[in-house]
Ligand binder design. Structure first.
Ligand code: NAD
Length: 256
């Protein structure tokens, strides 16, 4: 029997086969979960649908997390099909390209609000709809963060502030939803070459730096992250909530 056999999971954040969310989806699928996928916009549908159908998913639903009507309609559809949900994977972030280079002090109000809305508020918006249909099912919500929330990383800028908010969301949500048996955790992943990551100026240097300085002397892969997401989604982590777990080849422990 698989680690998440028969559990029902909604996956937010597949853009293509390099997405961390796709690696997580594959890990959950291998261990017996049933999956629903979301995509943000028609362009992405053409990439997400073949991947999702390839592993037998029948629920492939549009959802732009800045639109409450999209989120409501998504949860109606999922609940209609499944009558509840056990796992929610939130692997979503966005900031305008111009905010991910140059000086942080130049962050625009609009750029700040957009990054916060998509990358941090969306976890609350999704949890709000998920908890009534997750309650009593030992539900698990997992989101994706990065060390730039705690320390200054060149060019990460407004996304660092959004990730700090996201990590605080994890703690407040886990405190709220624990009474319904729902756990909320984040994975703080090391840099991985994905579509979003390529938007960060100087990303290659981040990879080189981790490879030289981290205890494991390598970068992590989306599969490394997916194995921890599987653990956090399964009953193996039944006593863990409100945590930020590093999957970063140990980089965060290094002082010099
Ligand atoms: P990705 O580009 O594959 O995934 C980002 C996803 O966010 C995409 O699927 C995109 O469609 C989605 N998204 C953006 N705006 C949206 C909106 N309005 N509504 C719905 N979805 C929207 O990149 P990824 O690296 O797999 O990113 C996944 C998560 O992992 C992000 O939260 C990212 O910050 C985090 N993360 C990434 C790294 C890395 O180095 N790649 C490291 C640590 C954390």
């Amino acid at each position: 029997m698989g680690l998440v056999e028969g559990k029902k999971a909604i996956i937010f954040g597949v853009a293509n086969e390099k997405s961390i969310a796709w690696a997580i989806a594959q890990a959950l699928h291998k261990e017996g979960a049933k999956l629903a996928f979301t995509y943000a916009g028609e362009v992405l549908e053409s990439r997400v649908r073949p991947l999702a159908e390839g592993i037998g998913s029948q629920l492939i639903i549009p959802c732009d997390v800045t639109r409450d009507e999209d989120i409501d309609s998504l949860f109606d559809k999922v609940n209609g099909a499944w009558g509840g949900v056990d796992i929610l994977i939130h692997s979503i972030a966005f900031a305008k390209k111009e905010e991910l280079k140059g000086r942080f002090v130049d962050t625009s109000r609009e750029g700040f609000n957009l990054a916060m809305d998509i990358s941090a508020y969306s976890l609350i918006a999704l949890a709000k709809r998920a908890y009534p249909i997750m309650a009593g099912r030992k539900g698990s919500i997992v989101t994706m963060t990065y060390y730039g929330s705690e320390k200054v990383i060149p060019n990460y800028n407004v996304m660092g502030v959004a990730k700090a908010a996201l990590e605080a969301n994890v703690r407040y949500l886990s405190s709220d939803l624990g009474q319904d048996g729902i756990r909320v955790n984040a994975i703080s992943a090391g840099p991985i070459r994905t579509l979003s990551a390529m938007g960060i100026s100087g990303f290659r240097e981040m990879l080189n730096h981790v490879e030289t300085k981290s205890p494991l002397k390598r970068n992590v892969t989306a599969e490394d992250v997916a194995r921890t997401a599987l653990y956090l989604s399964s009953d193996l982590s039944s006593g863990i909530t409100g945590e930020i777990i590093y999957v970063d080849a140990g980089y965060n422990i290094i002082g010099m």
